[in-house]
Design a protein around this ligand. Sequence first.
Ligand SMILES: Cc1cc2nc3c(=O)[nH]c(=O)nc-3n(C[C@H](O)[C@H](O)[C@H](O)COP(=O)(O)OP(=O)(O)OC[C@H]3O[C@@H](n4cnc5c(N)ncnc54)[C@H](O)[C@@H]3O)c2cc1C
Length: 411
Amino acid sequence: MRTMIVGGGIGGLSTALSLHAAGLDCVVIEAARTLRPLGVGINVQPHAVRELTELGLGPALAELGVETTFMSVADRHGNIIMALPRGRSAGYRWPQYSVHRGELQMLLLAAVERRIGPVRTGVRFEGFEQDGDGVLVTLRQDGRVSRERVDVLVGADGVQSSVRARLHDPAGDLLRWGGIRMWRGIGESDQVLDGATVLAGGSNSAAKFVTYHISARNPRLLNWVAEVKVAEPGIVADADWSRTGSHADVARHFASWKYPLVDIPALLAATKRILEYPMVDRDPLPRWGEGRVTLLGDAAHPMYPIGSNGGSQAVLDARFLARCLATHDDPAAALAAYEAERRPPTSALVLAHRSLPIEKTIGLVAERAPDGFRHVSDVLTAEELAAMEAAQRGISDADVRALNERESWSV
Ligand SMILES: Cc1cc2nc3c(=O)[nH]c(=O)nc-3n(C[C@H](O)[C@H](O)[C@H](O)COP(=O)(O)OP(=O)(O)OC[C@H]3O[C@@H](n4cnc5c(N)ncnc54)[C@H](O)[C@@H]3O)c2cc1C
């Protein structure tokens, strides 16, 4: 059985490695001529670290990223509201890592090339037709159109997925923008907190500044994300991860901040390239694929990139898809089983990311103590804090015991 994977991002490459580990044949096509380490920091949750570890990448991952200890939330004055343990600190058997997205992609790419062979770069998916026996895929390379027959087609082609657009009418499947613009970058900084905490200061209802260290090799590298509410929610035409933003645009939103935890102006000044992105998602789909064609990662469930779930859920999709294809004789039945397992939780995450519980907490603190506070118990009751911690865990620490005890997805 031969699978064609459209897209050589974290989702597509993880799918290739997972299929190969399950003894299945595959090919990855990628529109970019060269895969380069693009993007800035992301977090890889224990769920995904488990899968990557079972693919033999645990040690390489540990050499790459910073093992995350906490996610701490502060008000815009730098007063810590809560510190939620992450990864092994939260009881998982596997760590959470803060890493450079592009470096993780390069790690996966090197493994694909070593184990399977080269990714076919410069090849763009254009369309498909399927019958009961296979899928005929239309590709374009250097202006030339070709057709290839495969047994299964997986669209792992990101938030602007062309495979999704062939499966679902684009007119009814719009890019939804919550009105928050994100600026992202990597600068150098002294250690923030313990050097391994994801720190979020401020609130999405105005401006928020998130930082975390991302490199085991260079502990001074600090990833930052500024999220600023600049418009009312609406529809946008596109979302480009690589659009360049300006220092001035982002700096003005934080000019009045006195934030002792991070020297924001110095960090912005130390950032060579700033990226700008609208915080977008799409409504969850009532179904992902049909027959022998399916979707995976951001193509299936694009969500706001604020809950450490984009890359992590793509890795989970990849592993479960490979398991289904390896354990079902009929590819269409395998894809239906994959979708039945993965679509409900990821659809719920898309919606949950639109209003993270943590945002309510910070909003409440800002309302009750606009000029800051001395101790969190002055602004939130113990019950409020406990309820908010529990709600937040539902988003990013789904279930420690369930993950620790569930059987492996390896076949
Ligand atoms: C360049 C880039 C930078 C990013 N930077 C960040 C970041 O800094 N922070 C963050 O949280 N998330 C970032 N993301 C998104 C993040 O990688 C994803 O949310 C997550 O990892 C899930 O990945 P994915 O593989 O599903 O999709 P993606 O990572 O988007 O990968 C999709 C791949 O498909 C390829 N592709 C698209 N259309 C076609 C086509 N028609 N034919 C063939 N190939 C196609 C794209 O070139 C891309 O390589 C970035 C994505 C990209 C593409």
